[in-house]
Design a protein around this ligand. Structure first.
Ligand code: ZN
Ligand code: ZN
Length: 335
């Protein structure tokens, strides 16, 4: 038996004793989870039940673990390997998958929803969804590989030229990690905005970005690139207002509501709206960056909790009572 946090229905997350996964099926790998992150989409699914396709389901799609058993045909992993999980449960057979575009797979589901996830002492996944990480990394750092891949994908989709300033609205984990990635090469001004002043200050301090007030931001003819990591349609509309002609707005937040948009705004000012869904092939590069970014990533961790504290942490995060970015569930065996 093992402990697991399972979503039974909207608003109903329970920490329970459940049977451990059995021997892995061919192509699958059984993991001892070392650390897992709580994501905004976990909270969204808990609140709305929008993505519940099976219940109960062990939640959690941002996690790291240690290989403890491999199924038949798995030769790329050995017992004791430290790995991070891909969150995208892609089919591998549809035209998008065959073209290597797994994040727009026709049957895409997410780990923790279509299969059991990482809020458990043990879990299992297909070997194709695992990437080995440096075993000397703190598991809490390794568990941030998935959101780092999401941020890296948004930054790549934005494609701001070297030196071009970038405005990021929303200083949650994805906005914060995008600020960190964009500031890294230096030589670029990164502006960050968030209604939560403490979070904006934290992101600015860790990444070297500058905090701005989105409502009071003057028009700057050089500012052509922005990322929305809020999902707020009011914020998106404001970003379209402040961007100079020829710009790009990348959308990575999960939105509520509809955007009322005059298409002439995009045509006459030649502004590109770019959607960013999860990540494409950015997980391995994100894992490769973890060592260099470890010190900064650890400053984004606001709390470390045990598995039994997940339901209370959900409530705290939904109430907005956190000035930090990421809550990490550290499993007892995670050191
Ligand atoms: Zn996530
Ligand atoms: Zn597919």
């Amino acid at each position: 038996m093992m402990k697991a946090a399972r979503l039974h229905a909207a608003g109903d997350l329970r920490v329970e004793d459940v049977p451990s996964p059995g021997e892995p099926a061919p192509g699958w790998v059984r993991l001892k989870v070392t650390a897992a992150g709580i994501c905004g989409s976990d909270l969204h699914n808990f609140r709305t039940g929008q993505w519940i396709s099976r219940a109960p389901s062990v939640a959690g799609h941002e996690f790291a673990g240690e290989v403890i058993a491999v199924g038949a045909g798995v030769s790329q992993f050995a017992l004791g390997d430290r790995v991070v999980a891909d969150s995208r449960f892609w089919c591998g057979e549809c035209p998008a998958c065959r073209a290597g575009r797994h994040n727009v797979c026709a049957r895409l589901g997410f780990v923790g929803e279509v299969c059991d996830g990482g809020f458990a002492e043990e879990t299992q996944l297909p070997a194709r969804l695992l990437v080995r990480h440096d075993p000397t990394l703190d598991p809490a750092t390794a568990a941030m590989a998935e959101p780092l891949a999401v941020a890296l994908h948004a930054v790549r989709r934005l494609a701001a030229p070297a030196g071009a300033p970038v405005l990021i609205a929303g200083c949650g984990p994805i906005g914060g990690l995008a600020a960190l990635l964009l500031s890294r090469p230096g030589e670029r001004q990164v502006l960050v905005a968030d209604r939560n002043g403490a979070r904006a200050e934290l992101v600015a301090k860790v990444s070297g970005a500058t905090v701005v007030d989105l409502d009071a931001l003057p028009c700057d003819p050089n500012l052509r690139h922005a990322i929305d990591a809020t999902g707020s349609v009011a914020v998106m509309a404001r970003l379209l207002d402040v961007l100079a002609g020829g710009g790009t707005l990348a959308l990575v937040g999960i939105s509520h509501g509809r955007l009322d948009l005059d298409p002439n705004l995009l045509v006459e000012r030649e502004i590109a709206l770019v959607g960013c869904h999860a990540f494409a092939d950015e997980l391995a590069p994100a894992v490769a960056m973890l060592g260099d970014l470890a010190a900064s990533l650890s400053r984004f961790v606001s709390d470390e909790i045990a598995i039994g504290e997940i339901p209370a942490a959900y409530q705290r995060l939904i109430a907005g009572a956190s000035g930090g970015l990421k809550t990490i569930v550290r499993m007892e065996s995670g050191r």
